[in-house]
Design a protein around this ligand. Structure first.
Ligand SMILES: [Zn+2]
Length: 61
């Protein structure tokens, strides 16, 4: 295999937003994440956050 070519890596991120205090948290996308699905607990108020945005960012390796 030839690894000499520079490759672009696309990282997927998930943005969770708390419906109560509007705290926004960005984390790495994980399998099963879907828009507006309930996600993890808010770190500031304990309310369940929902997924507001899923996006990809390309990183140069
Ligand atoms: Zn909150």
């Amino acid at each position: 295999m030839n690894f000499s070519k520079k490759k672009k890596v696309v990282m997927a991120f998930t943005v969770e937003k708390c419906t109560k205090c509007n705290a926004v948290k960005k984390r790495a996308f994980s399998d099963g994440d879907a828009l507006f699905a309930m996600s993890s607990k808010c770190t500031s108020c304990g309310e369940i956050t929902s997924i507001e945005k899923i996006f990809g960012e390309s990183l140069d390796e």
